[in-house]
Design a protein around this ligand. Structure first.
Ligand code: PMP
Length: 433
């Protein structure tokens, strides 16, 4: 056996990558900073050159238990020995049934039915189709538009892009090819700010005028993620729930980023005590080990679609209900429920509040905000990634700033000293720009 370092090509991975591999939100012929990672364990990523980085991103909200957790590895390995995949049409299996039961038990009460999807964006597509099919089944096919909010983000597929902020969002390029939905002002006021009775004026006016053609309102509960990393007042959701009911419009909550404890509650909607008609989950669903997402919905939606024409719900991905992913998700949920996650998330919140506060004094910084295990520093100007990304790596941390936002959402298992390394790196790097 050759020694690890003698494996051909191990050292020039980045150069080989640049010749043929595409990365997310990157130019096809990109020369942006890129780092080859060899191992991921706990909260540490080890690069091929041996450098160790403390992970401040949880691989985009997903790896809540850190990397390589033995319970997750064991669940996937055991399932691999039995059955890695079978089609879900006409067949079922224990990993899917047990996972769906667990999701129904964990999520707000009226959600009783689960559609398993393979990515967050696809679960949003499913949610949109469920809402449309609900009204088709009720003989109201004209209710086929959605209302979304500015600052929202729901994914990169066409349906998801069409409900993502059309002005500041990432998809304005494709606007002309997207279904034209309706957008209300960004939800507010900010989390922790005093309530404003005018907060839903724009939304109320939109629903007043368009309810006859609207199937659902879709938004992220309490935390708007990729559309700006903003936290808004939970009462907005309560008032919105009432508005939706008044106008016979379904409420879809996208908990793909917020689900599984990230905001300090198991689900973001619990800050408001609100249950949606349809709920999207993804990212941390499998603890970041496998790709899996879900759309949950109520018995009312299920019954209505089942009574309509064509009765069946028109969606069915090839890898639906993948047993490996379902086993991983089940193990991740059990791990989370058996852990002191709430105490961990609130300790991370307190520490980030304390340690990111010095950023407020920096000229480059417009705002600092923290909620649950999410810390955000918003800058006055977009960051220069070519400079900032390597600067974080030099300080031994993995962060992935985006536009004007430098943010961290670490694994919940991070130790205080490790989290301090992340905060210090943020304060240090931002002091130098
Ligand atoms: N909705 C939200 C709120 C998200 O944060 C994301 C992912 N960034 C998505 C949807 C899309 O999920 P995926 O990337 O798994 O398709």
């Amino acid at each position: 056996m050759p020694s690890e370092s003698a494996i051909p090509g191990r050292d020039d991975l980045v150069a080989r990558d640049r010749r043929c591999v595409m990365h997310p939100y990157a130019a096809p012929l990109s020369s942006a900073p890129l780092f080859a990672v060899e191992r991921a364990e706990g909260v540490r990523l080890t690069l091929t050159d041996g450098r160790e980085l403390i992970d401040g991103m949880s691989s985009w909200w997903a790896a809540i238990h850190g990397y390589g957790h033995p319970a997750l590895t064991a669940a996937i390995s055991a399932q691999l020995g039995r059955m890695s995949h079978v089609m879900f049409g006409g067949l079922t299996h224990a990993p899917a049934v047990e996972l769906c039961e667990a999701l129904v038990a964990l999520t707000p009460e009226p959600l009783t039915r689960v559609f398993l999807a393979d990515s967050g964006s696809v679960s949003v597509e499913v949610a949109i189709k469920l809402a449309l099919q609900f009204f088709i089944a009720r003989g109201q096919p004209e209710k086929r538009r959605l209302v979304s909010v500015l600052g929202g983000y729901h994914g990169d597929t066409f349906g998801a892009m069409a409900v993502t902020d059309p002005v500041n969002g990432m998809h304005h390029l494709f606007r002309g090819a997207l279904t034209q939905h309706l957008f209300a002002p960004a939800p507010g006021p900010a989390f922790g700010a005093p309530w404003s009775p005018r907060a839903l004026d724009g939304m109320a006016e939109l629903l007043e005028r368009h309810a006859h053609e609207v199937a659902a309102v879709i938004l992220e509960p309490v935390v708007q993620g990729a559309g700006g990393m903003r936290f808004y007042h939970p009462r907005y959701l309560r008032e919105l729930r009432a508005l939706c009911d008044r106008h016979d419009v379904l409420l879809v909550l996208d908990e793909i980023a917020t689900g599984f404890g990230r905001s300090g509650e198991m689900f973001g909607c619990e800050h408001a005590g609100v249950a949606p008609d349809i709920l999207c989950l993804g990212k941390a669903l499998t603890g970041g080990t496998m790709t899996l997402a879900a759309a949950l919905f109520t018995e009312r939606v299920a019954e209505t679609i089942s009574r309509g024409e064509p009765r069946v719900f028109m969606h069915g991905p090839t890898f639906m209900g993948n047993p490996l992913a379902c086993s991983a998700a089940l193990a991740s949920i059990r791990l989370l429920l058996g852990s002191p996650w709430r105490a961990r998330v609130s300790a991370i919140e307190a520490q980030l509040r304390r340690e990111l506060a010095p950023c407020r004094a920096l000229d480059a910084v417009a705002d600092v905000r923290v909620l649950g295990a999410i810390g955000v520093v918003e800058l006055e100007q977009p960051v220069d990634m070519a400079r900032v990304q390597p600067a974080f790596v030099e300080r031994g941390v993995w962060l992935r700033p985006f536009g004007k936002l430098v943010y961290t959402m670490p694994p919940y298992i991070i130790e205080p000293a490790e989290l301090s390394r992340i905060s210090e790196a943020i304060v240090g790097v931002l002091s130098g720009i």
